[in-house]
Design a binder for this molecule. Sequence first.
Ligand code: C5P
Length: 417
Amino acid sequence: MDGRRVLLIIPGGIAAYKCLELIRLLRAQGAEVPVVLTKGGGQFVTPLSVSALSGANVYTDLHGLIDEAEMGHIRLSRDSDLIVVAPATADILAKMTSGLAGDLATAVLLATDKPVLVAPAMNVKMWEHPATMRNVAQLRDDGIRFVGPASGALADGEVGPGRLAELSDLMTSIEGMLADAPVVDRPALVAVASLAGMTALVTSGPTFEPIDPVRFISNASSGKQGHAIAAALARAGAQTTLISGPTDLPDPDGVMVHRVRTAQDMLAAATAALPADIAVCAAAVSDWRVAEPNGTKIKKGGAPPVLNLIENPDILATLAAPGPDRPGLVVGFAAETESDPDALVTIAREKREAKACDWIIANDVTPGTDTFGGDHNAVQFVTEPGAESWGRLEKVQVAERLVARIAAQMSAMAGAA
Ligand code: C5P
């Protein structure tokens, strides 16, 4: 299966959890396994667990694919060598029979010209119902192949045909169908980004908020993600300004870098860099600063100093506020100590609205995740219509994927204008 691509569609059935193991088995054989998770499927397995195993994109709804330049539903349906639907519910079989295409999974199935393998799993009465039997017969006539269902005890306590086929049987069917399927000559997943002629500004790194001339309030941000984004924007042709808090990182090639220390300086440098077509606020800006930093080093020995904190200006919210200088696309980050992906997405959605930015990249920065300071990031990409889980990637890959999305969005906006 080396290099073959098996698109797995996971509808909402209790056996969906078994597909996590199927993904692992397919990948162990060298297959690429992008996944479409239906709304119902997402009730049984999370996008994060699926993407962690698949190592590829998990697509959750049609509108998340507005970015046709990266991977539209037509390409998703054509660029795979084989499509597997497991566990296929009575509902998706009926939709496939009728040619419905109201969500991503069914749109992909209707648009594909590739072989499709279906592994049904449902209650025995639903399987034996004349409607399902009619649908299965029709789908077989249409050239769809079936594996299972197996017979035995079902999740609902009844006994009979309705269990998802054994994974070994699924693997045998997949291997057989792949052996017969022509190798698809597909273009790279990510279109070459072009931002030539555009301007971009990126904030990156922490800020240092002085307590006195030698002490400050800060955080553990390394700036690696923001710097990688600035470098990727420049590689894509954008004239890029990077406003960096204190970091040990070298200036990225081809990027104009302004080094600042405090949030107030970062805001001043960011607004001075306007107008810009694109703004990406990746900096971990200190939310508070000391109202009146001491002019000289505070001596110990007396009573411990009391720090009177005041809130810093919000650079992202300032840039995203409506006005003539608002960049066409404003992207923020949401670094949270929240390991539940659904809760993380909820926070990110709220932040997107509160700050009036267009997209939010949300990530979990709990100590131990290795996000702050490390080379990897597991992000949720939150836009107005949806959220996508990108799985654990190198920060450089997150940057490249984001820039491909930005390029597609900018060309869509130029086309709409
Ligand atoms: O509100 P919170 O700090 O979680 O928001 C994170 C996002 O807002 C990041 O994109 C960060 O760069 C930006 N931000 C900012 N100025 C602040 C605080 C956060 O630009 N003072």
